[in-house]
Write a protein that binds this ligand. Structure first.
Ligand code: ADP
Ligand code: MG
Length: 214
């Protein structure tokens, strides 16, 4: 068991860092999506997180659940395409396991696992998708599994999250050599082989932000 608290400030910082990530990596995510999709993944995230940026100062005073719910809603409302609703739902449901916490309260490592699980479950549900389909789930699911395993093993929290990042990146890498059975890349069939999935790439960097903000 890992004894660690992710503070409220941490959760605010994560969103601030995601706003920066969406700008800095816009071209890269777009480039990946240009190869096997329609080239808008970077733009989609940028539009969504610019909207979040416009409201973060007012939302950051809310409990984590409501703060992240607003973030999710912004992505859901402002972003077209599949990633907007999927990431939107992820953040909307992220804080649900800690819904009774007050505005200044953080989360334990165990709660963090439940939060990721809550967000990932809704991606699966809304996307009607699972691993091995060349999507963001190929990053998220192994990362969550690593989180659970490291928690059980009692690894130090920061070290555990470093392993979670590695598991997510390995998952991302696994998307390179498979065909897509969900999303736009599906239409390419075998031609998608050799290319990373853009959503799996952004998911890996999002998870890394959760680690680096610790
Ligand atoms: P769009 O595909 O509508 O242009 P984006 O380019 O922003 O939207 O996002 C594409 C990413 O969304 C894909 O790379 C994939 O990771 C993810 N994605 C698409 N459909 C699904 C799905 N059904 N389940 C999970 N992830 C999906
Ligand atoms: Mg796209």
């Amino acid at each position: 068991m890992i004894d660690y608290t992710f503070s409220k400030e941490y959760f605010v910082q994560v969103i601030r860092d995601l706003i920066v990530l969406a700008e800095n990596r816009k071209e890269y995510f777009t480039e990946l999506d240009s190869a096997i999709g329609d080239g808008d993944h970077g733009m989609n995230l940028s539009i969504g997180f610019r909207e979040v940026n416009a409201h973060i100062e007012e939302w950051k005073e809310l409990p984590i659940k409501d703060f992240y719910k607003n973030v999710g809603k912004a992505l859901l409302d402002k972003v077209g395409g599949s990633s907007g609703p999927l990431y939107g739902s992820f953040f909307m449901k992220f804080g649900l396991p800690i819904k009774t916490k007050g505005a200044d309260e953080g989360a334990t490592f165990e709660e963090m696992i439940q939060m990721f699980e809550s967000g990932i479950e809704v991606i699966k549900k809304r996307g009607k998708s699972t691993t091995g389909e060349k999507t963001m789930l190929d990053t998220f699911v192994p990362a969550l599994e690593a989180m659970k395993a490291e928690f059980e093993a009692g690894t130090d929290a920061k070290e555990a999250m470093a392993k979670v990042v590695e598991a997510g990146k390995a998952g991302l890498e696994s998307t390179r050599n498979i065909v897509a059975t969900k999303g736009r890349a599906m239409r390419l069939g075998e031609r998608a082989i050799g290319h990373l999935d853009p959503g799996a790439a952004s998911a890996a960097e999002i998870i890394e932000v959760f680690y680096l903000a610790m």
